[in-house]
Design a protein around this ligand. Structure first.
Ligand code: NAD
Ligand code: IPM
Ligand code: MN
Length: 344
């Protein structure tokens, strides 16, 4: 019986996870689903945003499904020492699982073009994949300091760190339209020069894949004006964080965007959005990013592609009938989830 560790987290996390669990129970009733704490709620209950009890549950898990972590801007959690903050719990979880490759697919599903705020001719047919490096760069570089009058962070990468995430991008491109765009700032940053050289050398092992390099500032425009240019976008941690929230404009909401984080072992699946304190507890959060993350879990960690396809098709149907507020509709989280279950 495959085991999935379920980490609802904070804010809308429990609401969107509730929806994804209902879907998983429907399409994969044999799964063992064990809930554990992460983020601010874990700090409040156990004094640690990534507590030993959660680490113990992960030992047995074949995959982990996460909601969201973090509080509102005025939350007391934001005044804790950095290692105790909710976001540090998430970063430690990613590090603990060794998930260095974060796949963030961006699709405008047929029949859902009207949900995009962009002109239909831009949004229609969008199908790209952002491969974000997840365990390096400024997020994890130990060279960091906060003083009273000055502070710094450092973006460092080794060739090995670039190659291991690059491998995921090239392999994904082989299964898709065969084009990798590596995104950097090589006109300014030495670390981007190494990134570019490494990816260029690596491309020789993938003769069926074409490789382009583009600067991150330019990609920010082209992503939302000419998204059809892109198949697989490969980039470092911080650029990937920002570009993927921007890419959410294409399908129409941050609430639609799923992700899979892969590495050596247990995969981690989570929507890309945050805890949305402005709508938490109201029952109006869009659960689709989390439901689609559960579909990625079925596909990548459990090898259940047929079930993943079913879930994705059901989400497409449900979004036509019952869009949530973020998409200009009126459906609640529950109503949209019920529509997904009906479509299944
Ligand atoms: P956010 O993603 O939580 O919210 C940004 C906007 O998008 C808000 O208006 C919110 O209501 C809306 N939104 C997000 N998800 C939605 C959904 N599923 N349905 C409908 N609307 C949705 O970003 P933020 O406000 O910058 O951050 C809030 C907190 O979340 C912070 O503490 C931040 O650190 C944390 N955060 C956590 C994660 C994560 O857990 N992976 C990701 C990003 C931010
Ligand atoms: C994301 C989030 C996280 C990140 C934060 C909450 C640490 O924004 O998953 O995109 O920056 O990776
Ligand atoms: Mn983010």
């Amino acid at each position: 019986m495959p085991k999935v560790a379920v980490l609802p987290g904070d804010g809308i996390g429990p609401e969107v996870i509730g929806a994804a669990l209902a879907v998983l129970r429907e399409v994969a009733p044999d799964l063992s689903l064990e809930e554990c704490r992460i983020g601010g709620c874990a700090y409040d209950a156990e004094g640690d945003p990534f507590p030993p009890s959660t680490q113990a549950a992960l030992v047995e898990a074949d995959a982990a499904l996460l909601g969201t972590v973090g509080g509102a801007p005025d939350s007391p959690w934001n005044r804790l020492p950095r290692p105790q903050r909710p976001e540090s719990g998430l970063l430690r979880l990613r590090e603990h699982l060794g998930v260095f490759a974060n796949l963030r697919p961006v699709q405008v599903m047929p029949g859902l073009e009207h949900l995009s705020p962009l002109r239909p001719e831009i949004a229609a047919g969008v199908d790209l994949l952002i491969v974000r490096e997840l365990l390096g760069g400024a997020y994890f570089d130990p060279r960091r300091e906060r003083g009273e009058e000055a502070a710094f962070n450092t973006i460092g990468y080794t060739r090995a760190e670039i190659e291991r995430v690059g491998e995921h991008a090239f392999r994904a491109a082989q299964e898709r339209r065969g084009a990798v765009t590596s995104v950097d700032k090589a006109n300014v940053l030495e670390v981007s020069e190494l990134w570019r050289d490494t990816v260029t050398a690596q491309a020789r092992a993938f003769p069926g894949v074409t490789l382009n390099h583009e600067y991150v500032d330019s990609v920010a425009t082209l992503l939302v004006t000419q998204p059809e240019r892109y198949d697989v976008l490969l980039t470092e941690n911080l650029f990937g964080d920002i570009l993927s929230d921007l890419a959410a404009v294409l399908p129409g909401s941050l609430g639609l965007m799923p992700s899979a984080s892969l590495g050596a072992g247990t995969g981690l699946y989570e929507p890309i959005h945050g805890s949305a304190p402005d709508i938490a507890g109201q029952g109006v959060a869009n659960p689709c990013g989390t439901i689609l993350s559960a579909a990625m879990l079925l596909r990548y960690s459990l090898g259940r592609s047929a079930e993943a396809d079913r879930v994705e098709a059901a989400v497409r149907t449900a979004l036509r009938e019952q869009p949530t507020r973020d998409l200009g509709g009126t459906a609640s989280t529950q109503e949209l989830t019920a529509a997904v279950l009906r479509a299944l």
